[in-house]
Design a protein around this ligand. Sequence first.
Ligand code: PLP
Length: 399
Amino acid sequence: MPGPQAFHPSANIAELRESATIAVSQRAKALKAQGREVIDLGAGEPDFDTPAPIRDAAKDALDRGATRYTAVEGILPLREAIAADANARFKGDGRVTPAEVVVSNGSKQSLFNACFVLFGPGDEVLVPTPSWTSYYEMVTLARATVVEVPGDPAKGWKVDPDLLARRASPRTKGLMLNSPSNPTGSVYSPDELRAILDLAAARGWWVISDEIYVRIAYDALAMGAFDVATRRDNLVVVNGVAKAYAMTGWRIGWTVAPPAVSKAMNAFQSHTTSNAATVSQHAAHAALTLGAPVEQAVTAMVKEFKQRRDAALPILRASKALTVLDPAGAFYFYLKVPGQGPDAGAAFCTRLLEEQGVAIVPGSAFRTPEWVRISYAAAESQVVEACRRVARLADTIAG
Ligand code: PLP
């Protein structure tokens, strides 16, 4: 009898790393299962329920038979609503048509589709650093090369044309952009965004603009690429319903991209997942088109995030052992913690979880290992208490 088959991972996933954000959540869940009380501020997931009018629309859609396959690229009314939003923003030449929209299973799939069809072996992709953990993995899975572009910590880790140009080469094929940013909460101003888009257009780079947090901004409206761009032939704008509408589990995201790119992503998706869940597409359509009842819910959620930020930020700031960014959007605090060694952030997170019962994410997930990310998508009392414990541990370590 032959022995059990040995598993040798293929070359495709040779570089693949487990998502650190998910790893922390799993450890927190394991501790909870043992009966420990844990405040979990690891996940980037709104703690609100999906607004009732959206849930009702989904139930209604099910009763009307939304249980079958749809077109791979998604139902037309949803793509029309997405194209209408793009047209309301984009002031350059040419209308966005529904044929330029591909709906996927979350913006994560949209981002992967875009990376996979645009980038390949020999291509370099600029990734402002720190960035969301999955960009690095997606670009690598496409067998392209990640070129980290460290942002300026004094400017919320944002990058600018100078920093990008310095890391560019003739092999640069594209750029990942994310504003508001996970993990920093930084928001690019319209001028900052425009300057980067101008550089990308001049150099012929693709820009994948991940705008999943664009509606979650506190001090001013956050702008997307379409709001400031004068051309869009090198732009792939990615968005979805997960964060703004508290619809993480519905798994709906999309790309708006030039026709040839959309066609390629559609063909690719036709062989991987086909359409996103039909009932979820109807729910997303309701989110985008119901107007006032949904908009009121979004406004209330953003207000609540802001209140949590404003309640907890002074607690973190009071610790001299921490360097804390001022988040203007998304729902994360990003901070530098005290400690020695190459992975001080991870050591801090481990101690915080095991000793203080608070789960947060080490900055190594975002390629800045001295930092950590705290999600404030949880009840204000929990966020405030967790930040007290973070500050206390930081003060203890710093002595
Ligand atoms: N982009 C960023 C920056 C994120 O933080 C996340 C989720 O954490 C996603 C994309 C994925 O969101 P979705 O649920 O739409 O796949």
